[in-house]
Ligand binder design. Structure first.
Ligand code: CA
Length: 232
């Protein structure tokens, strides 16, 4: 039960983009592409893909810089990234991974090898992002139907609370500051006050927790909030 993973190709060599697109689509992935780093950054703010194939040398914004920026945003902190690089020196490779890429592949590479890396990385780091159903303890969130159940009852959530629960359940155990929650749930350019986060967390808790039920949302003193998947 999962939708087709979305892959963003950021590559300025048009023939390579076409080759990758063709092969990825043949494997069932949905593919977007951009030939510029700065344009890709804007695309990533509009929609978060499941994986990014990121060229090292790009016009507009380098692959390395884009990779750093992707890691700085709460929404894309865990986004799987495979760096495509023409450079083979070990130091450069290490530098590539040091910026937060999950994997790298040196050009020219074979398409089957790249596809294998993509599959492996999605399996390793993204099962939650590509799953339609998120489950933890007795909580089940269905992204398709926008339904949430706890045990055998329906939980009714407003759109913001739904998005907040989805955001937290995708990244169990991670602590998010109020500002990261704002970026992840409302979007990076929001001007909403950080205290609004507390209001919505309160509503979310009220909706998912009946009396005597354990609260899966942990308040971290001085930090923010976290979803504890071992709550029950
Ligand atoms: Ca390039």
């Amino acid at each position: 039960m999962s939708r087709n993973p979305r892959i963003l190709i950021v590559e300025d060599e048009e023939p390579l983009t076409m080759l990758l697109r063709y092969n990825l689509e043949a494997e069932g992935y949905s593919v977007d592409s951009s030939a510029r780093g700065d344009e890709a950054e804007i695309m990533l703010r509009e929609q978060t893909p499941d994986l990014v194939l990121l060229d090292w040398m790009l016009p507009g914004l380098s692959g390395i810089e884009l990779c750093r920026r992707i890691r700085q945003r709460a929404e894309t902190q865990l986004l799987p990234i495979i760096l495509l690089t023409a450079r083979g020196e070990e130091s450069e490779r290490v530098r590539g991974l040091g910026t937060g890429a999950d994997d790298y592949i040196v050009k020219p590479f074979s398409v089957p090898e790249l596809l294998a890396r993509v599959r492996a990385l999605l399996r390793r780091v993204a099962p939650r992002r590509i799953a339609n159903i998120l489950e933890a303890g007795d909580l089940v969130l269905d992204r398709n139907t926008h339904r949430v159940r706890r045990g055998n009852r329906d939980v009714h959530l407003g759109p913001t609370e739904f998005k907040m629960l989805e955001f937290l359940m995708e990244r169990p155990g991670r602590v998010f500051s109020r500002s990261q929650m704002l970026d992840g749930v409302w979007g990076i350019d929001t001007e909403i006050d950080e205290r609004t986060v507390d209001v919505h967390v309160g509503r979310l808790r009220k909706a998912i927790n009946k009396p005597r039920e354990l609260d899966p949302i942990r308040t971290v003193r001085g930090g923010g909030y976290s979803f504890d998947e071992t709550y029950s």
